[in-house]
Write a protein that binds this ligand. Structure first.
Ligand SMILES: [Zn+2]
Length: 448
């Protein structure tokens, strides 16, 4: 198998017709299991007039009602700790995890069985192997190892592959850089933001990661920025390494998509383990290849928490498998995950995602804090990025401001961004997940 480019050579290259047959079989089994064992699904499906026996073709998937985070949260609130979604009690679980918990939102609590956990690692294996991680690799995992599920699955996947794992929990950034150098790590797993931070820290320590380290692969996850070309180019240059994007979610426990070694500008969907639909987030009807829409996930892997037709609010553009020349028959998301539907703002016809703006702003080490401020100038929507600089870095303005405005514009179909330097201490500070967007446009006009 070491010669193969694929973790699962058979399934990753299945002709689409066979793949669909496999998906239908798995869907029937999953729906039957969920109906019999998850009160959450049974009551919602009964109310919607759906029964697993109605799944005659793959298109019948659309008879299953969408599942939303709100419904899941409501069931957890009514029946603490886990709601009525789990198919079995917590005594049969071996792991407990949480979503990362955006401020103001209660995190979702999830449970996994041993079998689930084995599958979670298996999904990461598809992505790691597909990006070239092999037994001889030494993988440093820049991750806190807390209750947030994050890179836990990646950790076990590396073990499964036979790579040497260095768990980088509870270390300072400086200690992490030292460890990467000392152990001769060849692969680093990190969020895009943190990969930049590690590089900046290394530079301050007089280390040029591109020249001095053995790192040749970065496995990125956790933020849409991993597929933003500008961020990726910068990271690849800074580290002298290839950057492979992946994306997962706590709700399914692991990754659904990964970038292969060909780096086609998109991420393959692991279609033998998921059905990924793309819909119009307003009407709920399916959209075609090449159209921006919300991804809806059905996961065949998790038994304790079955997720069917879950509205993710992630915005994606699906393109056919043939877009990539690697031979995989799984379709791709061009540009990975573009952002989140509930976060997206429309400014003069251009979609702006705060996460994408943040990814660019964070490239500038001199910036201490920022805010995305939307306002209306007469009849025109404007977007201003308010900036506070780190003490002692004021001399970098206004050059930095010009550069930032240009970079933001370039990443947004030439939309004009205004930048404004603020006096230190004026912008709000956040401890965990930040809310850095203020929309000051008149609501009525905005809706029109
Ligand atoms: Zn490929």
């Amino acid at each position: 198998m070491a010669d193969s480019a694929y973790w699962n050579p058979k399934n990753e290259t299945l002709p689409r017709a066979d793949l669909h047959r496999l998906q239908l079989g798995k869907l029937r089994r999953l729906a039957t299991w969920a109906y019999a064992n998850s009160p959450f699904h049974r009551s919602r499906w009964d109310a919607a007039g759906f029964h697993p026996e109605q799944l005659a073709t793959l298109d019948d998937l659309r008879r299953i009602p969408f599942m939303t985070r709100e419904e899941w949260m409501a069931s957890i609130a009514e029946m603490p700790l886990f709601g009525d979604l789990p198919t079995s009690s917590a005594t049969n679980a071996i792991r407990y995890h949480l979503t990362s918990g955006t401020s103001g939102r209660t995190p979702i609590r999830v449970l996994d069985s041993m079998k689930d956990w084995e599958w979670i690692a298996e999904m990461w294996c598809y992505g790691l192997w597909g990006f070239g991680v092999r037994p001889e690799d030494c993988v440093y995992i820049a991750f806190g190892y807390g209750q947030f599920i994050g890179f836990w699955g990646l950790h076990y996947a590396c073990e499964k592959i036979g790579a040497l794992v260095i768990p980088g929990g509870a270390q300072t950034t400086e200690a992490r850089v030292k460890m990467i150098m000392e152990m001769g790590a060849t692969t680093v797993a990190s969020t895009p933001t943190y990969a930049l931070r590690l590089w900046q820290q290394a530079a301050e320590m007089g280390i040029d990661l591109a020249k001095d380290s053995k790192v040749n692969k970065l496995i990125l996850s956790g933020e849409p920025a991993g597929s933003i070309p500008a961020v990726k180019r910068q990271l690849e240059h800074a580290w002298g390494a290839k950057c492979g994007d992946t994306a997962g979610m706590t709700e399914v426990g692991t990754i659904m998509i990964f970038e292969c070694e060909r780096q086609p500008g998109g991420t393959h969907i692991i279609e033998d383990h998921y059905i990924e639909e793309v819909i119009d987030p307003v009407s709920g009807s399916p959209v075609g290849y090449g159209e921006l829409g919300e991804r809806v996930v059905t996961s065949f892997g998790r038994g304790l928490i079955p997720v069917l037709r879950y509205r993710t609010k992630d915005m994606v553009v699906k393109v056919p498998a043939a877009t990539c020349g690697c031979g995989r028959t799984g379709d791709l998301y061009d540009g990975g995950i573009r952002g989140r539907w509930d976060d997206m703002k429309l400014i003069r016809g251009t979609n702006v995602y705060p996460s994408a703006v943040e990814a660019i702003v964070r490239e500038y080490d001199a910036i201490d804090e920022f805010q995305i401020y939307l306002w209306r100038n007469d009849i025109r929507d404007e977007i201003t990025i308010k900036i506070e600089l780190k003490p002692g870095r004021e001399a970098e303005w206004p050059l930095l401001g010009d550069e930032l405005a240009r970079a933001l514009s370039l990443a947004h179909e030439n939309l004009r961004f205004l930048v404004e330097l603020m006096e230190p201490g004026n912008l709000p500070r956040f401890e965990l997940k930040a809310r850095r967007l203020v929309d000051a446009r008149p609501v009525a006009a905005y809706q029109a």
